[in-house]
Design a protein around this ligand. Structure first.
Ligand SMILES: [Zn+2]
Length: 170
């Protein structure tokens, strides 16, 4: 069974409801490293139903507040890796809440680059043309309700654009 699903059953949870679980990362990269994930198994973010995703973000925010207060963190990163190249280690989408401390050794070092205006326009055009399933990005429905209404993904895995195109999933 999936290790993240196993973690949900460990009993060592920070938070749990019908849809979302928060737990200490079993192999933390920094003191207070928390995982927030859906109870239902989904590999990547686009498979997570919108209503559940809203809850994931909400609980990640809540956990960021907890670690801030409990551990006197000086900042937090909330990270959502998709695909091994992005640092995803389990085939179960999870958000990572990382408390940050001075000299904690974590390094998210990326350098801003100068990019020609026409290249940016070209990328904008490409992104605007992409279809996700039947819908374009511009047509994606935004759900503002806070209560989850559905728990099953409506996009079958073989139809999921992003899943098909991720190079590798753990
Ligand atoms: Zn799982």
């Amino acid at each position: 069974m999936c290790e993240v699903c196993e973690l949900a059953k460990s009993g060592k949870l920070l938070y749990s409801d019908d849809y979302v679980v928060a737990a200490m990362h079993p192999k933390p990269t920094v003191k207070g490293h928390v995982l927030v994930f859906a109870k239902e198994h989904h590999q990547i973010i686009t498979q997570v139903p919108q209503a559940v995703l809203s809850q994931l973000f909400d609980k990640a925010k809540m956990m960021a507040g907890f670690v801030f207060d409990a551990l006197q963190a000086e900042g937090t990163n909330i990270i959502a890796p998709n695909g091994t190249i992005a640092g995803q280690t389990d085939a179960h989408f999870a958000m990572h809440v990382l408390p940050r401390f001075a000299n904690d050794g974590l390094n998210f070092d990326w350098q801003p680059k100068q990019y020609p205006e026409e290249k940016l326009d070209e990328l904008l055009g490409l992104l605007n043309e992409v279809q996700v399933g039947e819908e374009s990005f511009a047509d994606q429905e935004i759900i503002l309700d806070t209560e989850p209404k559905e728990v099953s993904s409506t996009v079958p895995p073989d139809k999921n654009y992003q899943l098909k195109h991720l190079r590798r999933i753990p």
